[in-house]
Ligand binder design. Structure first.
Ligand SMILES: *Cc1c(COP(=O)(O)O)cnc(C)c1O
Length: 314
């Protein structure tokens, strides 16, 4: 909003129909553009937008070419969108800034971080010539909730001097937290090791399987309330709807309760334990996906499940 207020008030933002996202709550792109005081020129269609669609929309009112990463849905099938470098070339030709809202905010290419999913990242977007890149401070970056704007100093300067800036600025506690996150993120290798989401995503299936084996061995002796305990191969999902349709191979442990104990009742007991364990329910079994568990939590998980399974009050 502040970016568009500074660069496009009373002028037009050109954006693809296919990228008019809602993130949730009050973040709906058309509303954000309106709140920034800009007009929206939506081009192309929901599934296909070409560079000519953007070019045909450029006129004296145009102020910004906006590209938005559809971070929480994806269009499959007969679909086409314009890659950033093409949009940058168009922006250069018509002297219009290109703003890239990448959403989740990886700083480095996913493969450098060892992140097993393709996601846009700030470094690649800047390298491809985006004038400004916008992303979230939390989500994949793992820091405090904040909107981060990087890019050409002259544009950042205009944003900084906008009267609205004071209303949306962040305070020093948030800056302190963000600076720690950014320091951790300076180097892609270190970031890949230390960020919790990346740690979980990078864990190999083999090591999950090995840990599952140890837990199952531990629980085997206290299994009067379960009919079976099985190690299963499964697909884990990223949380919060941030990477729709992307799954990661994983290993889970299925606890199938003995009647009269039901899956719901067993799951409830796990939730009410201290600390609580939130498991899935899958075809009559309570499923614990080990990709959601840090290795140093195995012991606590082991003890809680042991305690719940050994409780006699069915
Ligand atoms: C999440 C998201 C935002 C908003 O990010 P905050 O976490 O609210 O800072 C903006 N644009 C896109 C594309 C997003 O995915």
């Amino acid at each position: 909003m502040i970016t568009l207020a500074a660069l496009a008030t009373d002028r037009h933002v050109i954006v693809s129909h296919g990228e008019l996202i809602e993130i949730g709550g009050s973040f709906r792109l058309p509303d954000v553009i309106a709140a920034g005081g800009a007009g929206m020129r939506a081009v192309g269609t929901t599934n296909r937008t070409r560079i000519a669609d953007y070019e045909n929309a450029i006129d004296d009112w145009s102020a910004v070419l906006l590209k938005v990463h559809p971070s929480n849905y994806h269009v499959a099938g007969f679909a086409e969108s314009v890659p950033l470098p093409e949009l940058v070339a168009l922006g250069t030709k018509h002297d219009l800034p290109v703003v890239h809202d990448i959403g989740s905010g990886l700083l480095f290419p996913a493969e450098q971080l060892g992140f097993p999913a393709s996601e846009p990242d700030a470094q690649t977007s800047i390298g491809a010539g985006a004038d400004l890149v916008l992303f979230s401070g939390d989500k994949l970056l793992g820091g405090p909730q904040a909107g981060i704007i990087v890019g050409r100093a002259e544009l950042i300067d205009r944003i900084e001097k906008h009267p609205l800036m004071r209303a949306v600025r962040v305070d020093k506690l948030l800056l302190a937290a963000l600076s720690v996150t950014l320091q951790t993120n300076r180097d892609p290798v270190a970031a890949g090791r230390s960020l919790p989401i990346l740690q979980l995503a990078r864990t190999s299936v083999e090591s999950l399987r090995q840990r599952a084996g140890l837990l199952v061995k531990r629980w085997a002796t206290c299994s009067s309330s379960v009919e079976s305990i099985n190690i299963v191969e499964t697909e884990a999902l990223y949380g919060g709807g941030t990477l729709p349709g992307r799954t990661l191979p994983s290993i889970a442990i299925d606890l199938t309760p003995s009647p009269p104990l039901t899956d719901d009742a067993l799951a409830r007991r796990l939730r009410l334990a201290e600390p609580g364990i939130w498991a899935q329910i899958h075809q009559g079994a309570v499923r614990i996906d080990l990709r959601t568990v840090f290795p140093d939590e195995d012991d606590t998980l082991g003890a809680i499940v042991e305690q719940v399974l050994s409780a006699r009050n069915t």
